[in-house]
Design a protein around this ligand. Sequence first.
Ligand code: AHM
Ligand code: MG
Length: 336
Amino acid sequence: MPDSGPKQAPRGVVTDNLVSLQSFILEEEARYPGATGEFSWIISAVSLAAKIIAHKVRHVRLQEVLGEQGDVNVQGEEQLRMDVIANEVIMRVLGGRSSIAVLGSEEDEEPTILRRGRDGGKYCVLFDPLDGSSNLDTAVGVGTIFTILRNDPSIPGAVETVCQPGSKQVAAGYVLYGSSTIFVITTGRGVHMFELDASIGSFMLVKRDMRMPARKKVYSVNEANADGFPEPFRRYLSWAHANGYSSRYIGSMVADVHRTLVNGGVFLYPPTAKHPHGKLRLLYEANPMSFLVEQAGGTSVTADGRRTMDIVPRELHERVPLVMGSRDEVAAVLNA
Ligand code: AHM
Ligand code: MG
């Protein structure tokens, strides 16, 4: 019999294994001898919270959760009812996980101490419960961003405990509530993407080890603020205009960064007249996204070219000017 070459699966037969987020994380954790499974419990809590929030976001009008709460959060921004609900969902779901020592949220002035290190609190979780929520009115993609840090029981204060540079993150990710619900995560070994199959209630692996292209002529910035940008950013925009670049800006960080991760390009939030230190928050927006971008082969820096994840934070809600994305595109911004 002649050799017919490598065997192919019969048509219509799926050869790839189906992997849920749950089993993926268990598999990852099993690589570490002595792992206790506590970390997997935290990710499973984040994914449960994400499913609850996804359901609410999808029915935001029917459930009448659009509109203002009437309060202002610590950043002086009006809180939407959905911001408050998403925050509560995450606090209540994660609050029950016995290995979490501290929770910190964009919506709360101070981090919440759940338990001390001696009581088993090994980790801290920081999150932005519903980033870009002002876009909910128009059914645009919004997201949840999270990061997991180790708890150092020798540090007494909650703020001091969570003020760790991004390079110390144990894991980070986001959930995009877009036309589909997407969960993207890194534990420092690549970036992996899952999609929610609502019929079975599971996030299923759709892309292992995402890599972002090194080059893509797309920039993503709120160009209406350009007059208030420092000169190098204005020079970059003129250069990009003259060099055939396209502009894509949703105004919802999770959606803009997700597109940048998948397609390449550069996402920027430079200092502006209104936000001289940038608008985005270092600990629970910039750092988790920087971890993902770097793990996918990209770069993330602040306005002065320093690596974002090297900044030592001083406070929970600190802001940072941000340039992140494809390696060569970030370099083009810095070289302008
Ligand atoms: P939020 O956390 O209050 O929702 O604000 C953050 C959002 C980001 O999602 C987005 O990148 C940015 O604000 C857009 O800001 P602007 O409207 O100034 O362009
Ligand atoms: Mg936000």
